[in-house]
Write a protein that binds this ligand. Structure first.
Ligand SMILES: Cc1cc2nc3c(=O)[nH]c(=O)nc-3n(C[C@H](O)[C@H](O)[C@H](O)COP(=O)(O)OP(=O)(O)OC[C@H]3O[C@@H](n4cnc5c(N)ncnc54)[C@H](O)[C@@H]3O)c2cc1C
Length: 427
């Protein structure tokens, strides 16, 4: 979006953050379509923040220049969601179904042929489908420290797993280095990286900067590196803080979400340092798909965080995921609109569901186990111990959540070396 920036530069940063584990075709497609995606979003009604007539470009970790458009300061996701929901509601070709939860998939003759939905009231409903697109988001809620909402619990992934779809890079989780360090049983508020882009710094208990000596990009070093460094401080019993008190101007106006979340916990970030902790933020792996979102299971497509098309490699470059949703979502939409959609014919039928869900206590135990064993710094010893723990705890091992974490642990143990966000101790 800037004359001094280029598709190549964005692609290089994406590959560098992803430790070269990225699918280069996917990266090329994502980055070359990024300016088109921004313009398309504007046409759908997203008002990106401006400085005069020009779009205001933000700087985030791993990017070597300021290139990120935001909307409503630090509320870009909300702005996108509102504009796209509104546009979709007015699109005559889209049929809106009342809120419902996808419970099961129907396989007929070995391909996806239908879904079972559970509404908030009334009985379940079965719907035939020619092609099914899963866009059920990530799985961070299966970890004790996460920025993800409770619904991002990997349930779509679990369904695809149960139906036999190929999954990939399941161990590849991104850790955000700066979640608000406050007691919480669910998601932790996120302190956006853009705040560091604007000049906030990471400091220890004594107010000393902790990133300067570690990486040339200092506080804006790639997320995994910052997250590991903060994790090590915390493992040593120290706390880490984000100091935004030196920022000039009325920056609160650009970061209303941070300001509101801090205020809820009695912190005034203009006067006080913000306590932070790393937390699971994004899943680079997921249902293995090609660039068109097609999975290994006939009739099943996936897009967004639940999908793994390889674009993020072993670590996602900041802000590439909303872009991914739009770019690959549009590509998939176009593909399906060109296809002659037909309901699947006859064949043997089978309903696939996720299986038993963990109860509240088992889920708490599982979240602790997964965070302690698959956090920013992993050890094979810990992960093997977690596997045994998991198998010995029937409340966890018999649940679909337990099976998903077991799958991640297996993938993490299979990878012999550190790669991107998967950081392995030599033990
Ligand atoms: C706090 C936070 C800040 C972020 N900031 C940024 C950012 O600035 N830039 C960026 O690029 N990315 C950001 N991300 C990441 C980005 O928001 C996600 O990767 C992105 O929203 C994923 O989009 P999605 O459509 O795949 O899934 P989601 O946005 O998670 O949507 C999935 C939807 O599916 C629904 N669902 C799940 N299971 C079922 C089911 N069984 N039946 C029916 N519905 C179901 C969920 O309720 C949800 O509504 C952020 C993430 C978090 C948590």
């Amino acid at each position: 979006m800037d004359v001094n920036d280029s598709v190549d530069a964005h692609a290089r940063d994406t590959m560098l953050a992803g430790a070269g584990h990225n699918c280069s075709d996917a990266v090329r497609y994502l980055t070359s379509r990024a300016p088109i995606a921004v313009r398309w979003l504007q046409q759908q009604g997203v008002n990106f923040d401006r400085q005069g007539r020009r779009l205001l470009l933000g700087h985030e970790g791993g990017h070597r220049c300021a290139r990120i458009v935001h909307a409503g300061g630090d509320a870009s996701g909300l702005a996108l969601l509102q504009a796209l929901t509104d546009a979709a509601r007015h699109a005559p070709h889209i049929h809106w179904h009342p809120p419902a939860v996808l419970e099961a998939l129907l396989l007929r003759g070995g391909r996806v042929a239908g879904v079972r939905l559970l509404g908030h009231s009334g009985p379940h409903q079965d719907i035939d489908c020619a092609e099914l697109v899963l866009a059920t988001g990530g799985c961070g809620a299966l970890f004790a420290a996460t920025t993800n909402p409770a619904g991002a619990d990997g349930n779509g992934l679990a369904l695809a797993q149960a139906a036999g779809a190929a999954l990939r890079d399941m161990e590849m989780l991104q850790f955000h280095p700066t979640a608000l360090d406050v007691p919480a049983s669910g998601r932790l508020p996120l302190i956006t990286e853009a705040l560091r882009g604007a000049g906030a710094i990471l400091v220890d208990d004594d107010g000393q900067r902790i990133m300067q000596a570690l990486h040339p990009a200092g506080d804006l070093a790639p997320r995994d590196l910052v997250a590991r460094h903060v994790w090590q401080y915390r493992q040593a019993g120290k706390r880490v803080w984000l100091d935004a008190t030196l920022l000039k101007g009325d920056w609160i106006q650009h970061f209303p979400t941070v300001a509101a979340q801090c205020a809820q916990h009695g912190i005034d970030p203009r006067q006080q340092r913000i306590p932070i902790t790393p937390a699971v933020h994004f899943h680079m792996g997921g249902i293995a798909t090609d660039l068109d979102g097609r999975s290994s299971l006939h009739g099943l497509y996936a897009v967004g965080e639940v999908a793994g098309n390889g674009v993020h490699g072993a670590n996602r470059l900041a802000s590439n995921s909303l872009l991914e949703g739009v770019v690959f979502g549009c590509r998939l939409g176009r593909r399906l609109s060109y296809m002659q959609l037909q309901l699947p014919g006859s064949g043997s039928e089978q309903w696939i569901d996720r299986g038993v869900s963990a109860d509240t206590d088992a889920l708490m135990r599982l979240r602790t186990l997964s965070w302690q064993s698959m956090g920013p710094i992993r050890s094979r010893k810990n992960m093997r111990a977690a596997q045994l723990h998991l198998l010995a705890d029937a409340g966890i091992s018999e649940s679909w959540q337990g099976r998903l974490i077991e799958r991640m642990l297996r993938a993490a143990l299979k990878r012999q070396h550190s790669l991107g966000a998967h950081y392995l101790l030599n033990d």
